[in-house]
Design a protein around this ligand. Sequence first.
Ligand SMILES: NC(=O)C1=CN([C@@H]2O[C@H](COP(=O)(O)OP(=O)(O)OC[C@H]3O[C@@H](n4cnc5c(N)ncnc54)[C@H](OP(=O)(O)O)[C@@H]3O)[C@@H](O)[C@H]2O)C=CC1
Ligand SMILES: N[C@@H](CCC(=O)N[C@@H](CSC=O)C(=O)NCC(=O)O)C(=O)O
Ligand SMILES: [Zn+2]
Ligand SMILES: [Zn+2]
Length: 369
Amino acid sequence: MKSRAAIAMGANQSLVLEEIDVEGPKQGEVLVRLAATSVCHTDAYTLSGADPEGRFPSVLGHEGAGVVQEVGPGVTSVGPGDHVIPLYTAECGQCKFCRSGKTNLCSAVRATQGQGVMPDGTSRLSLNGQALNHYMGCSTFSEYTVLPEVSLAKVSKQAPLDKICLLGCGVTTGIGAVHNTARVEPGSTVAVFGLGAIGLAVIQGAQMIGAERIIAIDVNPDKFDLARQFGATDCVNPNDYEDSIQQVIIDLTDGGVDYSFECIGNVNVMRSALECCHKGWGESIIIGVAGAGEEISTRPVQLVTGRVWKGSAFGGVKGRSELPTYVDDYMNGKVKIDEFITHDMPFEQINEAFELLHRGESIRTVLHY
Ligand SMILES: NC(=O)C1=CN([C@@H]2O[C@H](COP(=O)(O)OP(=O)(O)OC[C@H]3O[C@@H](n4cnc5c(N)ncnc54)[C@H](OP(=O)(O)O)[C@@H]3O)[C@@H](O)[C@H]2O)C=CC1
Ligand SMILES: N[C@@H](CCC(=O)N[C@@H](CSC=O)C(=O)NCC(=O)O)C(=O)O
Ligand SMILES: [Zn+2]
Ligand SMILES: [Zn+2]
């Protein structure tokens, strides 16, 4: 079938809008018509050429929501008409990772996903006969896309797809990192570096859990109003100080924070986020994705003296089991999503959505098909 799509032809090039061909679902696969998709910083990162797994030409996009159109042989958990959120972190329930009870990372389709193909090693997407790479197992920048069954969370039909698409990555990642990865306790002091969708969702998660002090840090003060609305108690711009940002946070908090979250993808900030944690127990969670070849460093004494460095992917959330509850929590007012959506646009304006993100003028732009 034909599908409107935005194609990444090469690094740092604008996306090209084309009508592509989408093949029907094979064994264990599902054809989905997306209602909406948003743009996450990770899409921009891959388009920049900094992603070691980045492939071109490809159909990017991983933050979407839609309706099942057709299922391939063997698919049992979803059927036509079901509302679904694509998952870049699958949940098969059977692999070593899923059975461990220790992680949300699932190995069922991860290897082929990173190679830009479906689990059988081929693509369902093409342009003029040339195969296009899938992206993060989702490719939500195509109105119609094909995913493995294990990469779909079936959710309530009552929920607006053009809002809950944000649960496909940003909102879930931030809240989940607080609840699952850090397990922040009520009364904690928290520092959040980077106030895009991920950082704001971390603030939301920290407020939900009853953190007493939430320090929001960004070099763009335009982000501070929204941070306060989500629950930040202090807003700090590192450029306003001569001291290092870690020293500023240590001074503000009588020795450092209980938890910090890096939501930028900057390895220097990752170091600051670790080093602003309290001696003896402070934990720092890396969420931001850094470019190929970049490495983190700190003096080992930072860890010897009790600070802990962790990472979080999709907030440690098991998508098929847990996303339906996130959707229900949005519907009953426990989880905020609308506040992240600074712009709504027709899908055709997707390049504008990338420009807004790069200029720091948007949190999330929802593109409507
Ligand atoms: N681990 C995971 O599962 C996931 C990771 N990610 C990653 O999380 C990161 C954040 O994503 P997203 O929220 O969409 O991105 P955004 O670009 O919307 O947000 C990043 C924010 O950090 C600010 N910033 C940039 N440099 C600094 C600095 N040196 N100090 C303080 N603030 C700074 C930016 O300011 P400005 O406005 O000037 O740009 C912006 O406000 C990305 O690296 C993304 O790839 C995303 C989803 C899931
Ligand atoms: N392709 C990158 C790795 C990018 C990365 O870390 N992705 C995050 C999700 S970012 C979403 O917006 C993630 O969940 N990672 C887990 C995983 O299995 O990749 C690279 O190769 O560096
Ligand atoms: Zn994302
Ligand atoms: Zn699995």
